[in-house]
Design a protein around this ligand. Structure first.
Ligand SMILES: *[C@@H]1O[C@H](CO)[C@@H](O)[C@H](O)[C@H]1NC(C)=O
Ligand SMILES: *[C@@H]1O[C@H](CO)[C@@H](O)[C@H](O)[C@H]1NC(C)=O
Length: 313
């Protein structure tokens, strides 16, 4: 009797597990399919396509920097025939930094796929990743020509400083896009992209923070000052106040006004800053004007938002 009821109980448990499993997997698949099928509004599509511009740049910069070749070698379909980036090359990285950058590179390839699985997107835009392009940014940040011109590919430290320039901009773009999105699938995608972009930014800042007070040879300028100048430049170009902070800030600008070390950037509540696509274009064009392409995007960025500002060109 006791044996029978035990086995009955076990059978009941097994049955209920099976019953539980079947409808759960069914219903979750239905929800996913519903997301896929439910049309994503055009405004979401525009906001999801815009960051492809930055993801292309990051993918190429990290792929070339760590392995000496880019999407044309590793994921040619993702380029959709867009032109080869200008001046990108393998950086002189130590094994640890190369390992980290290689991981970032493949993460960016994943991000391109994730966005393109959701929206149609566009081909790779023309990217200028030449030493000259980075040197120009650095000269603008310091308000004078650095001598010799800044070479992002010269060493691990140079490369990390150059890397400080971009993922953070993407991060603020995702923070800015999120409240404007309508579909659940769009929000899920952007939250997931933001998580990894901010992780990359944190790793880059964390690595640089270790060297904050080291002077970069041959400039005699500390790593902290490089980051402060780059952040100031981005604030100036974005034209919407402070949304960017270097590695060491006046104490009143640190977390809770209590500390000058600033390994992560955030507002007065240590909340990530938000930027609009227009602010981002002003920064990455280096022109302070979303209608004046240049900088890393000699022909301008792609997608409806960026193109809407290039109509008269
Ligand atoms: C890449 O594109 C080619 C040609 O259009 C196609 O045959 C191939 O299946 C694609 N590969 C992937 C991985 O999508
Ligand atoms: C941006 O550039 C456009 C086109 O050249 C120009 O009409 C506009 O005045 C510029 N805006 C600012 C704020 O400089």
């Amino acid at each position: 009797m006791a044996e029978l009821s035990t086995s009955t109980t076990i059978a009941t448990i097994i049955a209920s597990i099976i019953l539980h499993l079947v409808p759960t997997s069914y219903s979750s698949r239905l929800i996913v399919d519903e997301w896929r099928d439910s049309p994503i509004p055009q405004s979401d599509i525009d906001l999801l396509e815009f960051p492809l511009n930055l993801e292309y740049l990051e993918a190429e910069f990290f792929l070339y920097g760590s392995m000496g070749q880019g999407l044309d070698k590793f994921a040619p379909n993702l380029t959709r025939g867009g032109p080869k980036p200008l001046g990108a090359r393998k950086a002189n990285l130590d094994p640890y930094t190369r390992d980290v950058i290689k991981q970032f590179a493949w993460q960016e390839v994943g991000h391109l796929r994730a966005i393109k699985n959701t929206v149609q997107g566009f081909p790779r835009p023309l990217l200028d990743l030449s030493t000259k392009s980075f040197a120009k940014t650095m000269d603008a940040a310091f308000g004078r020509p650095l001598s010799p011109p800044f070479d992002p590919y010269a060493s691990s430290l140079h490369y990390l400083i150059a890397s400080y320039v971009i993922p953070y901009v993407g991060l603020t773009g995702y923070v800015g896009a999120n409240p404007k999105l309508q579909a659940a699938a769009s929000k899920r995608l952007v939250a997931g992209l933001l998580a990894v972009e901010s992780g990359q930014d944190a790793v880059i800042r964390g690595l640089l923070y270790e060297y904050a007070l080291i002077k970069l040879h041959p400039y005699g300028i500390t790593v902290a000052e490089f980051t402060n100048r780059i952040s100031d430049l981005r604030n100036k170009l974005g034209r919407e106040g402070i949304k960017d902070e270097g590695l060491i800030v006046p104490k009143k600008m640190g977390a809770e006004g209590q500390i000058g070390g600033n390994v992560l950037a955030g507002d007065e509540y240590s909340i990530g800053y938000a930027r609009t696509p227009e602010e981002i274009l002003r920064v990455v064009y280096g022109s302070g004007n979303e209608s004046t392409p240049g900088g890393f995007y000699p022909n301008g960025a792609d997608g409806r938002i960026a193109k809407s500002h290039l109509q008269h060109c």
